[in-house]
Design a protein around this ligand. Sequence first.
Ligand SMILES: *Cc1c(COP(=O)(O)O)cnc(C)c1O
Length: 347
Amino acid sequence: MATAKSIDLRSDTVTRPTPAMRDAMMNAPLGDDVFGDDPTVNALQERIASMLGKEAALFMPSGTQSNLAALMSHCQRGDEYLVGQGAHTYRYEAGGGAVLGSVQPQPITNQADGSLALADIEVAIKPDDAHFARTRLLCLENTFGGSVLQLAYLRQATELARRHGLATHLDGARLFNAAVALAQQHGGDARAIAREMAQLFDSVSVCFSKGLGAPVGSALVGNRELIARAHRARKMLGGGMRQAGVLAAAALYALDHHVDRLADDHANAQRLAAGLQGLAAVAGAPANTNMVFVDLAPGRGERAGVVGRLRERGLLCTGIYKLRLVTHLDVSSADIDRALDILRDTL
Ligand SMILES: *Cc1c(COP(=O)(O)O)cnc(C)c1O
């Protein structure tokens, strides 16, 4: 169990709304969003659609439902979508596309940087033949495991998809982390980069409840026709919420105040990765957004045991495949130094 003074690096979803965010929630004008009457939900949908250069947006209870509604809006029963073997939509959403959408996933091995090789995408697209499911959609994810896919790659992959008549969806749960990191790497404005990225895809799902620090919610953006289909899917999936403006207000606050500060989370992740050098192998590329993965050297004992020992000392993290440490709004650079002390003692 998390204690009050534990450093919680399990996920960027663990943040509590700040006092100013709570004020915004308390003061939000509300209505019944199933009737389309909630002014704060409507304002959020207009804001995120215009930020990402799309016609329309839909406020969603979760990123999982947002991705699923997108799948169900792009694909019909018996269609197929191309997706990374390690992608959230495929691996971590309980198979919803197949179970609830009757959409067959065609997983493709992710490259080390999270991309799908263009040649792998191309061979996975099925010919128009009665033997095959109809390949309809390419789904990419950015960031993927904390790694940023570059705009040049996204441009090539979406062009390839379009050339084959496929629709494109981006699981941009951490779209703004990607945009802030790309702005740092190449210069430019993070919001402009986020819009440029969104322009490459027919639909994009963005989480407010991750690094942006809102308690609940995601948005799906796309053209009006697609969002109208997603609206029906959301209702079917039980996602029609009533005075949801109390939550949308938190998301609006996050878009106003918590985008640029993602750079602080990235700096903290780098500080953590640097401190781990020479201690345990830090897997993969150096952290370029807000996640650090730690490969435990052989003989260091079972991962679950390590996670438990770290927890006893006040550091919470997860360890399904590797130790995963995620920075966010509620951890400071001083917390990172304390976390490093605990890691050094324990490993
Ligand atoms: C968290 C996450 C989601 C799903 O969001 P929930 O709100 O937890 O359902 C989807 N995709 C990625 C990449 C995520 O990290």
